[in-house]
Design a protein around this ligand. Structure first.
Ligand code: KG4
Length: 345
C-alpha cells in the first residue's frame, strides 16, 4: 500500500454508471482534475443504448484516466486508493469502470473504495476546488436529487447515513422532461433544450394537471400524459402548432415540473424542520429550478446549496469525495464485490 506523505491522500475516482466515462483525482477533499467523456452515439436513438454505452466506456476509460492523472500532475504510484462507482446503473457500463478499478488497484497494490452513485450526487456539495471559496451544508440537510433516473427528497445525516423521505412512484423528473421534449420532436437529452426554449416562453400559457400523491412522494407520468393529450388536441387543429408555440409549451411544462418538485420539498422542509436545502443531479442545471430555490431562500429563509454545473451531471469528483471520507474511516472494499444495478441509498 502506498504510504501517505504530508497528510495528503490522493484518490483516483472512476465513474461509468451510465453514458459518461469520468475519472477524477482528489487530494484530500480538493479536486485536482475531473475529466469526462460523453457519448454522442446515443443522440440518434433518443436515449441511452446500454450495449453502445459499454462499448464507448471501453474505448474511453484508458484515455480518460490518463488525462485525469496528467491534469492533476501526479503519477500512478502517488495514489493512495481507487474509488469507483459500484452502482446503481447499467450493468455493462458499470462493469467497465469496476473491472478497470480492480485491475489498477491490484497492479498498484492499493486499496479500493466502493461508492454508491446516488450518494455521490448528494456529496458533490462537499467537493472543494483550489482557490475557490466553498460552503458545504452542515448535517443534517435535505437534498432534492433530480436526474434522468431519480427524483428523491433525501435527509442527509452524514456522508454515509441518508434517508429517502420521498421519491417518485413512476417516472423521474428528468425522464418526464426528456419524454416531453421527444413528443415535441426535440433532441436528446431534452432537458437542456427545454430549459433554453423555456427562457423565451410564458410559464403560465398552459395548465397541465398536477399529481395528487400523498406524503412526500412524486409522480410524473400523469403530467406527461396530460402534456401529450393537450398537444394531440392542439396539433389536430393546426399541424404546425408545436413549432409556433414551442417556447410557451416548454416554459409551461417546465414550470409545472418545478412547481411539483418545490411543493413537496417545501412540505418536507416544514415537517422535518430543516432549512438547509441542497439540490443534486442532472436536472439541477435547470434555470427555473435554480430560480425557484433562490425564491424559496428569500421567502422562507432557506439556506440553499446548489453545486456548480460541472458537479451536477455524472462526474468522478463526486465519487472521489466519498472515496476520501471512506478512506479516512478505513472503509475499503474487497476484490470480490460485483457491480449492482439497482439500490436504495
Ligand atoms: O444526473 P444526470 O446527468 O444523469 C442521470 O440521470 O444519470 O441527469 C440527466 C438528466 C436528463 O434527464 C437531462 O435532460 C436532465 O438531467 N437535464 C436537465 C438540464 N440539464 C440536464 N433538465 C432540465 N434542465 C436542464 N438544464
Amino acid at each position: 500500500m502506498s504510504e501517505i506523505k504530508d497528510n495528503k491522500v490522493y484518490i483516483l475516482a472512476i465513474e461509468s454508471s451510465c453514458d459518461d466515462t469520468s475519472a477524477a483525482v482528489m487530494c484530500n477533499d480538493v479536486v485536482l482534475s475531473n475529466v469526462t467523456a460523453g457519448q454522442a452515439v446515443h443522440e440518434q436513438y433518443g436515449g441511452v443504448v446500454p450495449e453502445l454505452a459499454s462499448r464507448a466506456h471501453e474505448q474511453n476509460i484508458v484515455p480518460v484516466v490518463d488525462a485525469a492523472l496528467k491534469n492533476a500532475g501526479i503519477s500512478k504510484d502517488m495514489l493512495s486508493a481507487i474509488a469507483f462507482t459500484r452502482g446503481p446503473g447499467l450493468m455493462g457500463s458499470l462493469l467497465v469502470g469496476v473491472s478497470f478499478a480492480k485491475g489498477l488497484a491490484a497492479s498498484l497494490g492499493i486499496p479500493m473504495v466502493e461508492v454508491n452513485h446516488l450518494q455521490g450526487h448528494i456529496m458533490a456539495h462537499f467537493i472543494k476546488e483550489e482557490g475557490v471559496e466553498h460552503k458545504s451544508p452542515e448535517f443534517p440537510f435535505l437534498c432534492l436529487m433530480v436526474s434522468g433516473g431519480n427524483s428523491q427528497i433525501v435527509k442527509v445525516n452524514s456522508y454515509k447515513d441518508m434517508e429517502i423521505i420521498g421519491q417518485t412512484i413512476d417516472d423521474a423528473a428528468g425522464e418526464a422532461i426528456d419524454k416531453c421534449a421527444k413528443i415535441m420532436g426535440l433532441g436528446y437529452p431534452g432537458g437542456p433544450i427545454i430549459d433554453r426554449l423555456a427562457r423565451q416562453g410564458n410559464p403560465a400559457a398552459y395548465a397541465f394537471s398536477k399529481p395528487h400523491i400523498p406524503g412526500f412522494d412524486y409522480s410524473f407520468s400523469g403530467l406527461k400524459t396530460s402534456f401529450l393529450y393537450t398537444l394531440r388536441k392542439l396539433v389536430a387543429e393546426d399541424e404546425n402548432y408545436v413549432e409556433k408555440h414551442i417556447n410557451d409549451l416548454a416554459a409551461s411544462f417546465e414550470a409545472t415540473v418545478v412547481a411539483v418538485l418545490m411543493d413537496k420539498l417545501y412540505k418536507a422542509s416544514k415537517a422535518l424542520k430543516i432549512k438547509r436545502i441542497a439540490l443534486s443531479g442532472g436536472v439541477s442545471a435547470n434555470t427555473a429550478l435554480r430560480n425557484a430555490y433562490a425564491d424559496y431562500a428569500k421567502r422562507y429563509g432557506w439556506d440553499i446549496f446548489i453545486p456548480k454545473f460541472g458537479f451536477t451531471t455524472d462526474n468522478a469528483a463526486m465519487i472521489g469525495i466519498i472515496g476520501y471520507y471512506k478512506f479516512l474511516d478505513g472503509e475499503f472494499c474487497s476484490m470480490d464485490k460485483p457491480a449492482f444495478t439497482r439500490t436504495v441509498l
